[in-house]
Each structure stands twice: as structure tokens, then as C-alpha cells.
Design a protein around this ligand. Structure first.
Ligand code: FAD
Length: 383
């Protein structure tokens, strides 16, 4: 019997394996991964200085340990080059592997807009444990970091690196912290929290170029308003895009992510997708809670009982202890208004639709305590 093949050893891939093995101990499973296959929790990458954790500290298990624990084969450093859905075959650089079912848990790619300058190759992004190890190494003996992007990842790193004693400058063209997730008053609270740690903001301009500085011992980030920011290290935290190319090239239907129905089934027979790479009935949710729900449902489907995934209320906790944030973004394109009450850095912003029903919230500071109460009032995202 051909194995179930899982591409990806992130939280989506390994949690699917873990949940599947609770239901089926025997069916052969092969995990293929382009990275080193260590099991880790990605959200921990942006709290590493606060918790004083190296990349090795964050690795919860080696690929060999995962293989033994779940009775699966884990092949590391393997970049899947293609999928032949007619022959039910995964194409590897020098080989192929036939599957009975295929799970795409490919994650998302970091995206940085084109930058000029002779030091562009030294701009870091941190999207997996291996990146994190290299980033920590680059920071050794250094003092300052420029962060490009003030979204979830940029703000979390700004807080964490400040806690680690680094001087942080953050560049955000949209003019405030977490501009895609929070209304203005909540963004301002996060900004003040991070400023209290010493973070300096450059709101408005774009990063244009990254050069080596004159003495060759640091970097200069050139902004569109003419500012030159000196720092030892530059971290790009601008954006993530679902990895869809492999699926698209194989003829699977894609949009922002790999399109699936509620059973996480793609447009090809016995091919499923979940996690950051997937668009599940229109939802692209690059967070842990949705992928855990997906892994539980998909495990049942793979074990023979087709099971749709349900998404309840999906709050996101942003790890900026200088100003705690919990946000439950309203559904995209839903018409409505934010009702904001602010007391210093304690902001409660409630998003109500045109009928007055609560459809999302953003809480900062002490107001995060309202989370459980509000979760009860919110409708499930995909019941
Ligand atoms: P990934 O972990 O990216 O795994 C993708 C896997 O696919 C990798 O193993 C990769 O090697 C493999 N792969 C891709 N292409 C190929 C190929 N062609 N061949 C072989 N292998 C391939 N979410 C929260 O809910 N809360 C948080 O606090 C939070 N904090 C975060 C902090 C940071 C710094 C980051 C970056 C993200 C954070 N997130 C958070 C988001 C969350 O971590 C992700 O949603 C989740 O980890 C995605 O898991 P995944 O398995 O889908 O993708």
C-alpha cells in the first residue's frame, strides 16, 4: 500500500501526523520536508530573547524522535519539485514517491519588496527554526536592529529584541503599529508600549535600500523620505504569502492560498491542504488555532471518516508584553464600525456590523481581560 505523504514538518504537518496516529497506528506515513525536520513551535521564535532560548533550546524533538514517536518516516532536506496528481506521485529532485493520499502543509513564504543596495543579501527574515538560528548568530556581539514592517511579527520582534537589550528602529509605511489588524487607538497604545522600551518608529516612509556603511562594520537602511538608519542587523518582517506554486504548477485550484473545501480537500483527488498554505472556504488564517482544528478534522478524514473542519472564535494574542494585545479581526469586507473606548493604553474596540451585532474586537492593556466574555458573544467563524 502506498503511504500517506505529508509535505511539510511545521505545526500543520506534524499535528496532522500526531492526530492521525491517535486514530490509525499502522498505515504508513512519510513526511517530506525541505528544512531540518526538527519539531518546534513557530510562535516561540519571536519570544526567544525574552525567554533566553537558542534555536537548539526551542527544538522539542529531532526528526528521528518524531519518526519514532509517531511511527512515521521523516525525510529532511528534501525539496519537493512537483506533483503528478494523475499518477498520484510526488516528484523529488532525483526520485519520486507514490502516495495513497497527499497532505500539503507547505506554510507561507516571507515576502520583502525589492530593495537596492550592496547589503540586501544580509537582510534577515525569520520564518523557521533554521532562520532563527542564523539570526541569533548574526546578533551576537551586536547592539542594534532595524525592523522592516510593523505587523504581528515586526512588533513581536521589536518587543523581544528590546527585552534582549537591542536598540530597535522599526519602519512601517502604513503609519502605525499592526495597521492591518487594529483600529487606530489600539495601534497607538501598542506604539506607546514599545516606545517605553526604547523602540524608535519611522512611520510613513518605505525602505528603499540597504547598504554597508562606510567603515564596513554595519548597515544603513535608506528610507524613501531620505532618512538613513544605521544598525548592525536588518530584519524584514513585511509579509507572508501562502506557498501555492507547487499546487498551482500541478494544476490544483489556487487563489490567495491553495483552495480547499471544508474537509480540506483540494481540487485534486486525495490531495488535502491545511495551515498557512491553505485557503479553506475563503479563509486564509495563518495562525495556530485554525491549523490545529484543521489537523484534527483531517486526521479523521484520512482515517476514513470525511470530517469538515469547524472554526469557532479565533482570537490572536500578540506577544507584545509592553502592551498586551488580543484581537479577533472582523471578517474581511464586512461592513460595520469600530466602537472604541480608551483609557491610556487600555483600549477596548468592538466591531459591530450594520445590525449592531458584535463581529470582532481589539483589546489592549488591561482591556485584554474582556476577551473571554467577548468570545462568548461572537459568532463562530465557520460553525
Ligand atoms: P510552516 O511552519 O512554515 O511549515 C511549512 C513546512 O513546509 C516546512 O517544513 C517547509 O520546509 C515545508 N515545505 C514548504 N515547501 C516545501 C517543498 N516544496 N518541499 C518540501 N517541503 C516544503 N500564530 C499564532 O496563532 N500565534 C502566535 O503567537 C504566532 N506567532 C508567530 C510568530 C512568528 C515569528 C511567526 C513567523 C509566526 C507566528 N504565528 C503565530 C503564525 C504560526 O506560527 C503559523 O501559522 C504556523 O506555524 C504555520 O505552520 P505551517 O505548518 O502551516 O507552516
Amino acid at each position: 500500500m502506498n503511504p500517506i505523504v505529508v509535505i511539510g514538518s511545521g505545526l500543520a504537518g506534524f499535528n496532522t501526523v500526531k492526530e492521525f496516529r491517535k486514530l490509525d497506528k499502522e498505515t504508513p506515513v512519510v513526511v517530506l520536508t525541505a528544512d531540518d525536520g526538527r519539531n518546534y513551535s513557530k510562535p516561540m521564535l519571536s519570544t526567544g530573547f525574552t525567554k533566553e532560548k537558542s534555536a537548539d533550546d526551542l527544538a522539542m524533538a529531532s526528526p528521528e524522535q518524531v519518526a519514532e514517536q509517531f511511527n512515521v518516516t521523516v525525510r529532511t532536506g528534501v525539496h519537493v519539485a512537483g506533483i503528478d496528481t494523475d499518477r498520484r506521485r510526488v516528484l523529488l529532485p532525483d526520485d519520486h514517491l507514490d502516495y495513497s493520499a497527499l497532505v500539503l502543509a507547505l506554510g507561507a513564504d516571507t515576502w520583502t519588496p525589492p530593495l537596492d543596495g550592496d547589503a540586501v543579501g544580509e537582510v534577515f527574515s525569520v520564518n523557521d527554526l533554521m532562520d532563527y538560528g542564523r539570526f541569533r548568530q548574526a546578533l551576537e556581539g551586536n547592539k542594534s536592529v532595524t525592523i522592516l514592517g510593523g505587523g504581528l511579527i515586526g512588533c513581536e520582534f521589536a518587543n523581544d529584541l528590546s527585552n534582549g537589550g537591542f536598540q530597535v528602529s522599526l519602519v512601517e509605511p502604513l503609519g502605525r503599529c499592526l495597521p492591518m489588524l487594529l483600529p487606530e487607538a489600539a495601534s497607538a497604545a501598542v506604539g506607546r508600549g514599545l516606545e517605553s522600551l526604547g523602540v524608535t518608529f519611522h512611520f510613513g516612509p518605505l525602505a528603499k535600500a540597504v547598504h554597508h556603511n562606510r567603515n564596513g562594520q554595519g548597515l544603513v537602511t535608506e528610507l524613501s523620505d531620505g532618512t538613513h538608519l544605521e544598525s548592525d542587523v536588518v530584519l524584514s518582517a513585511i509579509g507572508l504569502r501562502p506557498r501555492i506554486d507547487l499546487a498551482k504548477d500541478a494544476g490544483l485550484r489556487t487563489n490567495r492560498g491553495i483552495l480547499t473545501d471544508r474537509t480540506l480537500r483540494t481540487s485534486a483527488p486525495d490531495v488535502y491542504a491545511l495551515g498557512d498554505c491553505a485557503e479553506v472556504e475563503g479563509h486564509v488564517l495563518p495562525y495556530v488555532l485554525p491549523l490545529m482544528a484543521g489537523a484534527r478534522a483531517l486526521a479523521k478524514t484520512l482515517a476514513g471518516e470525511a470530517t469538515p473542519v469547524s472554526y469557532g472564535v479565533m482570537p490572536v494574542t500578540i506577544k507584545t508584553p509592553a502592551c498586551p494585545v488580543v484581537v479577533c479581526p472582523p471578517p474581511e469586507e464586512l461592513e460595520g464600525e469600530w466602537d472604541v473606548q480608551a483609557d491610556g493604553n487600555d483600549v477596548q474596540a468592538l466591531f459591530r456590523d450594520q445590525e449592531g451585532a458584535l463581529r470582532g474586537y481589539a483589546l489592549t492593556g488591561e482591556a485584554v481581560k474582556e476577551k473571554l466574555k467577548l468570545n462568548k458573544e461572537l459568532p463562530a467563524l465557520m460553525p
